[in-house]
Ligand binder design. Structure first.
Ligand code: AMP
Ligand code: MG
Length: 422
């Protein structure tokens, strides 16, 4: 304990280590393809199909025998008789014989006898013309395989597609869909309960009485948690009284894997979060050596055999945003099964203006990261505005968080996390 009766501040990395200690991914479930987006595969997936399933045309044009048109050119076109056509989705009922062609659409099956496709632009046929011409003049040569997508040239049946641990995005969904993987096994989404605390708080959209402010932390935390892959419930606002807070926290713990509460975590007369956490679980962390975000509490509770993480974030809105980024988002990613728990791109940037550090604490500054006109690939970090922990305008203007261990002059190099909203 320090002279003021408070425990020493814990350095950021040690605090992050305590939050992530012993955390394992949540149980798995089998979900449909679209529901898998934003989740992490618990098992490798192999292809159920060969893709493409058969040779098909890469162009709208004419299926030909390459030997027939080996000498074709603009000056010496080769005229072929058009026997019919193969639409996409239609199996060809004719074969291409010497001296003949079939009109063919992109993606349609290459008919028997044909070994190349000549694009309509390289013939005398009108692109988009409905009527089938009786003949077609071919103006370019073709070799065996020209404009044909071979069966299996993308994926073979039984081939590995995605390893366990893959994060599923739209591209993976397309690959899984094409190979008929309609459902996959992924880790469950972390359930996050969001609780605001404070007698001064009024929900956004409701009229403010005297000395009241809007609860901006609640909606912001819900959005941050969803962006980190969580399923979110907002439980509203707890009054600054221990029984009220405990009631909301009990409701939260009964459902959630992670409870994210803001406010009431410092040493004010009406700050009840620490006693509440100690009632429900075991405190693991209190007070971190960062600015903003020093008043920060973390506890673990057990409920029905489940581990529940309890975060007591500071009340000030910027401290909330920053401590979510530094502590809650990494935990949510670990629970969701991500290998890359810290996923924000780490950049090096040079300070545009001097930055005053805070003794004994790591300053986390809201910055605009921008290209340095004087150094190729270099970045500048420019303050996005007032840095007090209640100032949201500079938070919304920032695209990065710079880590500043001590007072630094302009031009000094710092490490920064690049933030991507959404
Ligand atoms: P506290 O730690 O509860 O003393 O709160 C610190 C500061 O953050 C005070 O100015 C509070 O009014 C403010 N604050 C606390 N909770 C919220 C919230 N949910 N939304 C906006 N501001 C808040
Ligand atoms: Mg408060």
């Amino acid at each position: 304990m320090s002279a003021a009766g408070l425990p020493p501040l814990i350095p950021l990395e040690e605090a992050q280590g305590r939050v992530l200690e012993g955390v394992t991914p949540l149980p798995t479930e089998i979900v449909g393809l679209e529901e898998a987006a934003g989740r992490v595969l618990a098992r490798p997936v192999t292809s159920k199909l060969t893709v493409p399933p058969w040779d098909n045309s890469a162009m709208d044009g004419f299926a030909v025998r390459s030997a027939d048109v080996a000498a074709a050119s603009g000056l010496t076109p080769v005229t072929l008789r058009v026997l019919g056509e193969v639409p996409a989705g239609g199996a060809p009922d004719l074969a291409v014989e010497p001296g003949t062609a079939l009109r063919i659409m992109t993606g349609a099956m290459v008919p028997p006898g044909a070994d190349a496709v000549v694009p309509v632009e390289d013939t005398d046929a009108e692109p988009g013309q409905a009527a089938l011409p009786a003949e077609v003049a071919i103006r370019v040569e073709a070799r065996p395989g020209t404009n044909i997508r071979r069966a299996g040239s993308d994926v073979r049946a039984g081939a590995p597609l995605l390893p366990a641990g893959s994060a599923i995005g739209a591209a993976a969904v397309a690959l899984l869909g094409a190979t008929d993987n309609a459902a996959v096994e992924v880790h469950r989404r972390p359930r996050v309960a969001v609780v605001s605390t404070g007698d001064e708080l009024v929900p956004v959209g409701e009229p403010l009485g005297p000395a009241r402010i809007h609860d901006s932390n609640g909606p912001a935390l819900a959005v941050q948690a969803r962006a980190a892959g969580a399923e979110v419930r907002r439980l509203g606002i707890a009054r600054d009284a221990l029984p009220d807070l405990l009631a909301l926290l009990r409701e939260a713990v009964a459902w959630a894997d992670v409870v994210v509460l803001s406010g009431g975590v410092s040493v004010g007369a009406h700050d009840h979060v620490k006693p509440a956490f100690s009632t429900l679980g075991t405190m693991a962390l209190w007070r971190v050596a960062i600015k903003p975000g020093r008043p920060f509490a973390f506890a673990r509770a057990r409920e029905d055999g489940r581990e529940v993480a309890l975060f007591g974030l500071p009340g000030n809105p910027v401290s909330v945003y920053v401590t979510f980024e530094l502590f809650v988002r990494p935990l949510l990613r670990a629970l969701a099964g991500h290998a890359a728990i810290f996923d924000r791109p780490v950049r090096r940037a040079r300070l545009v203006e001097p930055l005053a550090g805070s003794p004994g604490r790591l300053t986390v500054a809201r910055d605009v990261l921008e290209p340095d006109p004087e150094r190729p690939d270099g970045l500048l970090a420019r303050s996005s505005g007032g840095q007090d922990s209640y100032m949201l305008a500079s938070l919304a203007a920032a695209n990065g968080l710079a880590f500043v261990p001590e007072s630094l002059p302009a031009g000094a190099e710092v490490e920064a996390w690049e933030l991507r909203e959404g």
